[in-house]
Design a protein around this ligand. Structure first.
Ligand code: HEC
Ligand code: HEC
Length: 279
């Protein structure tokens, strides 16, 4: 996965250069009666500064798993993706479901599982759904390493803070989906890197087919993929597609064959299924 390296190395630059996209978290003042809120900059530490201690080694392993899941979590991965293909720049990109601050929001109730998820549970959900793989066992050193990395990235973000950069910034489509336009957008603006067959190339990972994310992945929902594509694709040219084009191409991609997710039968046990879930 050599093609990942330039983007990883460019990470610090991307994060610090995108001034207009710098999102800010505001922490509600804990003391009643105060109206001021402390704004906290999106300023995660660079992985270059992971300490050399034993904990640092664990954090560094977590970072490696995130940027090169194929190698460092090999027996658990079931497709050709790495975490960083979606959580761009090792989870440090504020436009791509960043990991920064997440240790301060989990555990959290999630309607899809119908229970309180720990951060480790959430990592395993992406292992099973986005990577079409197996969950790490609870005592797995790899799982603990990923959690340690995310926890390290969350330093300085207080528990209960509202993380303004959290998740993918959702967009709206103003007209019905147009799959023919979606195909056209894909051919013109995506196939160059992802391949006309969507199966990926040396330059980019697959967006459909047996090596792609499962139908149970967040990315398999059109609104989620549209949000990701709008802000990040074509790679390095985020925010260049119209909202309608982002939706249409997301619908096109997600209409193509991809792995099933048998665990889907247990999803949203207490309701709350989003309308664009495919099952
Ligand atoms: C210049 C090459 C390039 C172009 C053009 C491009 N992508 Fe990507 N795309 C990438 C790379 C590289 C990644 C992985 C990013 C990383 O690991 O840093 C990616 C990741 C993705 C992902 C998430 C990972 C996956 O494979 O499921 C999706 C979805 C995606 N691109 C969709 C699109 C769509 C839709 C378009 C067209 C609008 C597009 N891309 C255009 C290079 C490109
Ligand atoms: C195919 C794309 C994809 C891949 C690969 C992927 N994820 Fe995700 N992940 C997502 C999406 C989409 C979300 C939900 C974002 C949202 O709700 O806005 C998500 C959410 C998460 C969250 C929760 C984020 C939050 O704000 O609560 C964590 C933690 C996470 N992923 C970890 C991982 C880890 C670790 C890996 C690698 C083992 C991974 N993901 C691989 C797409 C992916």
């Amino acid at each position: 996965m050599r093609w990942l390296l330039p983007t990883i190395l460019g990470m610090v630059v991307i994060v610090s250069c995108s001034g207009e996209k710098t999102r800010v978290i505001s922490e509600e003042s804990p003391s009643a009666g105060q109206t001021g809120s402390a704004a906290i900059e999106f300023s995660p530490p660079s992985p270059d500064t992971i300490p050399g201690s034993r904990l640092g080694e664990q954090i560094r392993l977590g970072y490696k798993i995130v940027v090169n899941t194929q190698e460092y979590a090999r027996p658990y991965v079931g497709n050709r993706l790495n975490c960083t293909n979606c959580h761009l720049d090792g989870g440090l990109n504020p436009n791509a479901a960043s990991f920064v601050g997440l240790a301060s929001v989990y555990p959290e109730y999630r309607p899809r599982s119908g229970r309180v998820n720990t951060l480790a549970d959430r990592v395993n959900e992406c292992m099973e759904r986005s990577l079409n793989g197996r969950a790490f066992p609870p005592d797995s050193s790899k799982l603990q390493a990923v959690v340690a990395y995310i926890t390290w990235l969350s330093r300085g973000v207080p528990t209960g803070a509202t993380i303004s950069w959290r998740g993918l910034q959702r967009i709206e489509s103003r007209r019905p989906l147009d799959p023919a336009n979606g195909k056209q957008v894909f051919v013109n603006k995506c196939a160059f890197c992802h391949g006309f067959d969507g199966l990926g190339t040396m330059a980019a990972p697959p967006v459909w087919g047996p090596q792609s994310y499962t139908i149970g992945a967040g990315m398999a929902r059109v609104s989620v993929a549209a949000a990701f594509i709008k802000s990040n694709m074509p790679r390095s040219w985020g925010w260049s597609l119209s909202d309608d084009d982002a939706y249409d191409v997301a619908a096109y991609i997600n209409a193509q064959p991809r792995p099933d997710f048998p665990g889907k039968v247990n999803d949203w046990p207490k309701g709350g299924r989003p309308s664009d879930a495919t099952y």
